[in-house]
Design a protein around this ligand. Sequence first.
Ligand SMILES: C[S@@+](CC[C@H](N)C(=O)[O-])C[C@H]1O[C@@H](n2cnc3c(N)ncnc32)[C@H](O)[C@@H]1O
Length: 251
Amino acid sequence: MSNKVFFGSREVEENLKQNLVNDVFSSVVHKYDLMNDIMSFGMHRLWKDALITHVPSLNDKKFLDVASGTCDIVKKLYKRAKQENAKAEIIATDINPDMLSLGRDKMIDAGIIGDTISYVCANAEKLPFNDNEFDFYSIAFGIRNVTNINQALKEAFRVLRPGGKFLCLELSPKQDSKFFAGVYRQYSKLIPCVGDVLVGDKDSYQYLIESIQKFPSQNAFAAMIEEAGFEMVKYENLVGGVAAIHIGYKI
Ligand SMILES: C[S@@+](CC[C@H](N)C(=O)[O-])C[C@H]1O[C@@H](n2cnc3c(N)ncnc32)[C@H](O)[C@@H]1O
């Protein structure tokens, strides 16, 4: 018998959620980047830069980016590695082939072609990689879409080598100040209407907003990361807790 899980604020059978999530991203794929810029006033770019600052060096490192979508993180990593003249192997993964192929096309359009980057269609809950394979694991705005977050965290722990670093960027349901939380809540109500006008898809953006509200608070998510086996777990709030970067180490 299948358990019920939240798909946004709606409860659905656990085995149905991933298909519903995949439909959301297949529906918004061609306007995904534009909507990200509009919804976050371009701030998602700065938050992704902030995530990368937690990567000390890429030289001779193997990096796994999960739920890569349109590959913003992978592109930033590639550029960082180039600046550092570092030899890094970067793997982009996503469960949705539409998102991943747009990401790969974007990279090719930017002239980023080479054997240091590969693209693998994969579920964060069941990664097709060996134990102890990666120095870094990142997931940006991806984990709240995963059906079984604890399982995805366990997989992150498994594929990281001892000493490896887990990095997660995610929108958070809990902001620092009550006033700011109120403003943000009102603003969030507009997002599905913007999605309707720009993408012709109100429901997908309704889901995206609800999925933030259903995501655990920063402290609760940090506890889940520890539960998966990570140590020295901490988080850093961005813009008063609209988003947060979560960090943990496999010791
Ligand atoms: C909001 S997008 C984030 C994309 C990109 N990381 C970014 O920061 O712009 C979420 C991505 O998570 C992917 N995703 C959802 N469930 C997943 C799963 N179980 N395993 C891997 N990727 C998943 C979606 O296909 C989508 O591309």
